[in-house]
Design a protein around this ligand. Sequence first.
Ligand SMILES: Cc1cc2nc3c(=O)[nH]c(=O)nc-3n(C[C@H](O)[C@H](O)[C@H](O)COP(=O)(O)OP(=O)(O)OC[C@H]3O[C@@H](n4cnc5c(N)ncnc54)[C@H](O)[C@@H]3O)c2cc1C
Length: 450
Amino acid sequence: MTYDVIIVGAGPAGLFAAKILSKKKLKTLIIDERSIPGGAGALTDGKLIFDNRIGMELDELSIDEEKANSIIHYIENYFLKLGVPPEVSGIDAVRGEKIRKRAAKYGLNFILSKSRHMGTDNAHKIMKKFKEELGLRGVDFLMNTRVEKVNNEKKGFVVSTNHKKKFDSKYLLVCPGRGGSHWWRKQADKLGIKYKHGPIQMGVRVELPVETLKPITDVSYDAKFLFKSLSHNDGVRTFCVCPGGFVTLEPPQNGIPYRGKMLQPVNGHALSKMKSKNTNFAILVTLPLTKPESDPKEYIIRSVINTYENGGGKPIAQRWGDLIRGSRSKKETFDSVARGYDRVKSTMNTEFTPGDISIAYPERFYSAIKEMIIQLDKIIPGVAHPSTILYIPEVKLCDTVYLTLKDTNETSVNNLFVAGDGAGKSRGIVGAGVAGILAAEGIIKKELND
Ligand SMILES: Cc1cc2nc3c(=O)[nH]c(=O)nc-3n(C[C@H](O)[C@H](O)[C@H](O)COP(=O)(O)OP(=O)(O)OC[C@H]3O[C@@H](n4cnc5c(N)ncnc54)[C@H](O)[C@@H]3O)c2cc1C
């Protein structure tokens, strides 16, 4: 069957793109290997961050602040229509400024960002409604279907699926998310699409009592601090704060296949109503590689495998008290009352190995993480309490950035567009939506000029 546009991936990037395309009556098909729409965004915490400094790079999208803000505003309004709770965080400029000034004394840059929270339990319902609305506007969906191959032929793009079916279209928009990014890179190599390597993003998931971070999360739900490591001058940041949340593993699709198993990175989420006694957040170190090893993908894969090997096939957790004494954490003492470790009970939903981060991670990452925690403790006393738990591997697989034309997300191959995390164009739900909308606008512009 012939479509004007085929979109691979029904995550926020693909859904927002389809919404824009459906207004122009372009016949659109979305294919996704999952049974439910919304991609990683549907299975997660669903913090919606409406700030152009977070979850997207304006340079990478080649748009200015004004353009970004108008798209972000559109996305926010639509999410509210779909039923996102009206409570808003990160808009108290006076309290935000106080935190900013205090943080600046210690070399930390605090970003006050407006956000709303769907909650893991609500996110999939909201994304389901999004899909239904698109269906009413004439968008076709093919769920439970994996795109295996993309060919660029005379009549347009031909997409072959695991059900041995083929679909063709004039335009192709690929939004594979982090989980599909390695598959897409293989296709991109075959199609001759130009890309560059992004930086490595690797760090830890931190878990501590809700009360510790409350003075900050009450002002800004997704408390964002940026720092430059003292040891190597690398970018370090807090990311994905989940007050009252749970530590979890990413979906298997986001894992690294190794010896018949999927090695899944650690992540965090929070429900809309049922809260834990803990807050978790990520500390991520950003490091661009230089020759001879400039591909972050291989580096991250090795790091995840190394962590799981060190942990006997499981992720690793270490108490800050053990880390700072220079010893590994052990099962027997992981909840030791004598050491004060009973203050934080792990919320991780799968088994982990109490172990040693300094063995699993290279010094450059280990030092930056340690410095960031010590620095955060100066403005948020208690972050560096011995009971604080650090989990690894926490990695972001947005390691390939596709080169695209100015503000359209069209790649070096004519009529082939990309968007979202898997294309290196975003790092969050709203950012993915922005990238998807830009790609859709690019397609419409080309169609009008055709
Ligand atoms: C545990 C967790 C918590 C998170 N919490 C937040 C948060 O609170 N706030 C936030 O902003 N972000 C959060 N994120 C990140 C957020 O989910 C992503 O940034 C966002 O979903 C990216 O959107 P996307 O459309 O680019 O990709 P995705 O949402 O990953 O969607 C990509 C889709 O493409 C499909 N796909 C891939 N390859 C193929 C193929 N070959 N054939 C068919 N289908 C394919 C996948 O099945 C998937 O549905 C979280 C992520 C995780 C894993």
